[in-house]
Design a protein around this ligand. Structure first.
Ligand code: DGI
Ligand code: FE
Ligand code: FE
Length: 199
């Protein structure tokens, strides 16, 4: 989809700050997609719409999770912050008419990740985490890995998110754990002796 048209569709659904975040995710995702020889047009569209449902009414999202087969009801016992990703994928398909399963997958899994993420899934997951406006604890160890080892960068961001959630006494959504374990197996060789990475 044309970039300006897509941004114009998403803008009314976002706050100004979230729209600026979205544009930085777009730039970061397109840069990563070009670097890893992925489809930059798909990365651009997925990034533009990744937070499409961020400000949807909680009751509306709850009803969708209860009624839609494609949305696991398990989401309801987890923090509503997680809902916008899978609900967003559904609404982007339904309301915007985006049918590309790779784009919808990247939107769907951008918050938790999952096991066996595609490269596009990982690019959006990581771009959302490292866009230049982000300032998470430990992010300085993740950014330099983005164009060195995509799995390692995703692993470190997953690990940081889990650490953050544990420190806040929050439950961890199963796919967040599945993403962490899957990425761990992919990068474990790179962790040996990498003391500087274990922050
Ligand atoms: O939508 P954004 O703010 O751009 O970023 P996001 O979609 O990655 O959402 C981040 C929030 O999601 C952050 O507050 C941490 C939370 N989160 C991620 N994984 C989990 C989680 N929250 C819970 N409770 N459980 C998870 O597994
Ligand atoms: Fe999000
Ligand atoms: Fe985001």
């Amino acid at each position: 989809m044309d970039k300006e048209k897509a941004l114009a569709i998403v803008k009314p659904f976002l706050t100004d700050a979230r729209y600026e975040h979205t544009k930085r995710v777009v730039d970061t995702a397109v840069e990563l997609a070009a670097f890893y020889e992925e489809d930059t047009a798909k990365a651009e569209t997925a990034a533009i719409f990744h937070d499409y449902a961020k400000y949807r009414d909680l009751m509306e999202m709850e009803a969708l999770i209860k009624n839609e087969q494609s949305l696991p009801s398990e989401l309801l016992v987890h923090h509503s912050e997680l809902w916008h990703a899978p609900v967003g994928a559904l609404l982007v398909e339904r309301e915007v008419g985006i049918g590309d399963p790779e784009i919808l997958s990247a939107i769907r899994w951008h918050t938790t990740g999952k096991a066996d993420m595609s490269r596009l899934d990982k690019i959006i997951f990581l771009a959302d985490y490292i866009e230049p406006g982000r300032d998470f604890p430990g992010i300085e160890k993740v950014r330099p890995q983005a164009k060195v080892n995509l799995d390692l960068a995703c692993f470190l961001s997953s690990k940081n998110t889990i650490n953050f959630l544990l420190s806040k006494n929050q439950p961890i959504y199963p796919d967040t754990i599945f993403a962490y374990n899957d990425l761990f197996l992919k990068v474990k060789e790179n962790l040996h002796g990498g003391k500087d990475l274990n922050g």
